[in-house]
Each structure stands twice: as structure tokens, then as C-alpha cells.
Design a protein around this ligand. Structure first.
Ligand SMILES: Nc1nc2c(ncn2[C@@H]2O[C@H](COP(=O)(O)OP(=O)(O)OP(=O)(O)O)[C@@H](O)[C@H]2O)c(=O)[nH]1
Ligand SMILES: [Mg+2]
Length: 198
């Protein structure tokens, strides 16, 4: 299964002003700067589709992208990717931060078209309190037809033995690097298999 096309559709600030939930959606969430927007660009093989930046807090809105998958037999499957602002970005005013997180948690909880939560975790810091909280929250809100995928990012920063240990501890995880473009096709396959059953 391959992603053959991806287009930015629209942005929203909250669940209320989000577009109609008419296609299966995949949400990319995690701490600020973990590599969510970069991962969208890797998956879709479009370098500047989602805006990535070394400055944390780059993504400020809920961004929707229409994505087309294709199997060898020419059949085309459609889905939507949702790039989200990061959790735990400390440099914005406290009131704004609370507002943001309220909108985000609300979106994740109530957006009916979400089928997959891709939780990105920095592979150098896999045991942070905030990721444990996000994981607990996702497990708590997850409904029958939804799954969580843990994607460990920036594995280019680990040596072989560190990576082996992380894999052993997280047998269901996906291990990726946007920098070196590894693990990306695994994630595409996992998403497509779940969404389209092929
Ligand atoms: N070494 C390395 N750096 C990466 C990788 N993926 C992303 N980065 C870098 O990490 C920084 C943040 O990337 P983004 O994709 O903007 O992160 P984000 O999670 O979307 O951040 P926010 O939108 O602020 O929440 C950028 O400088 C990227 O170049 C990776 O796999 N390896
Ligand atoms: Mg981003």
C-alpha cells in the first residue's frame, strides 16, 4: 500500500469549527517538537505539506489533510490525516495553554471520525510523565473501533543497543526517523491495514 497523494484541506481551532467528519481520520499527537508535522511530510513524501520547525509550538491549529492510498490493483482508498498542536508547550501564556489543551482533548475525545491515534514519543525520552498521561488519557477515551499506535520518533539519535532495548520494551511500537526516512513504510502499512483491511 502506498500513499499517492496528499493535500492540505483546512484548519480549525476546535472541534466545533472542524469540517464535517465524513472520512476516516488519523490523528498525530504528542509533545511539542516530537516530529508530528515532519512525520506527516515523511508519510506523504511531500517535504512542505505540514509546517515543521525546530522552534517548539509551530503547529497552532488542527490541520486536516486529504490522503489517497493505492494498492497495486489500482484501487484507491481515502483517509484524512490530522496534524495537531503539541502537548506541553511551556512558552505560551498559561491561560492560552489551558485553552489549547482543552480544545485538543475535546477534539480527541469527541471527534467521531477518528479511527487511529498515532501517539508520537521521543525515543530518547520514552518515560516522560506527560506521555504517560497522554497514554492514559487515550486509553480512557478510546472507543470500540479506535486504536492507538505508539510511534517512537528520532531513532537516528539512538545507538543500536539503545534502539534494541526500546524495541524489546515496546514490542507493538513503530520506530521511525524522519531524518533518515526509516520505519515510515511500516507505519503506512499499519495505518492502511487497519483502516481499509487490506
Ligand atoms: N533528528 C531528528 N530530528 C527530527 C526528526 N523529526 C523531526 N525532527 C526535527 O524536530 C523538530 C520538530 O519537528 P516538527 O515536525 O515541527 O515537530 P512537531 O511535533 O510538529 O512540533 P509542534 O508543531 O511544535 O508541536 C524539527 O527541527 C525537525 O527537523 C527525526 O526523525 N530526527
Ligand atoms: Mg507540528
Amino acid at each position: 500500500m502506498k500513499i499517492i497523494d496528499a493535500q492540505f484541506l483546512t484548519s480549525a481551532t476546535s472541534l466545533k469549527d472542524s469540517i464535517s467528519p465524513d472520512v476516516a481520520e488519523v490523528a498525530f499527537l504528542g509533545r511539542s517538537n516530537v516530529g508530528k508535522s515532519s512525520l506527516l511530510n515523511s508519510l506523504t513524501k511531500k517535504k512542505a505539506l505540514a509546517k515543521a520547525s525546530s522552534t517548539p509550538g509551530k503547529t497552532k491549529l488542527i490541520n486536516f489533510f486529504d490522503v489517497k492510498f493505492k494498492k497495486d490493483d489500482e484501487h484507491i482508498f481515502k483517509a484524512r490525516f490530522v496534524d495537531l498542536p503539541g502537548f506541553g508547550y511551556a512558552k505560551v501564556a498559561k491561560s492560552l495553554k489551558e485553552d489549547w489543551e482543552q480544545h485538543l482533548t475535546d477534539f480527541l475525545h469527541k471527534r467521531e471520525s477518528l479511527r487511529i491515534f498515532v501517539h508520537l514519543i521521543d525515543s530518547r525520552h520514552p518515560d516522560l510523565e506527560i506521555d504517560k498521561n497522554v497514554d492514559e488519557f487515550l486509553k480512557y477515551i478510546k472507543k470500540g473501533d479506535q486504536i492507538i499506535i505508539n510511534a517512537f520518533t528520532k531513532i537516528d539519535k539512538l545507538n543500536q543497543s539503545e534502539l534494541s532495548k526500546l524495541r524489546a520494551k515496546n514490542p507493538d511500537g513503530i520506530f521511525i526517523t524522519n531524518l533518515k526516512q526509516k520505519g515510515i513504510d511500516n507505519l503506512t502499512e499499519k495505518i492502511a491495514t487497519y483502516l481499509f483491511g487490506v
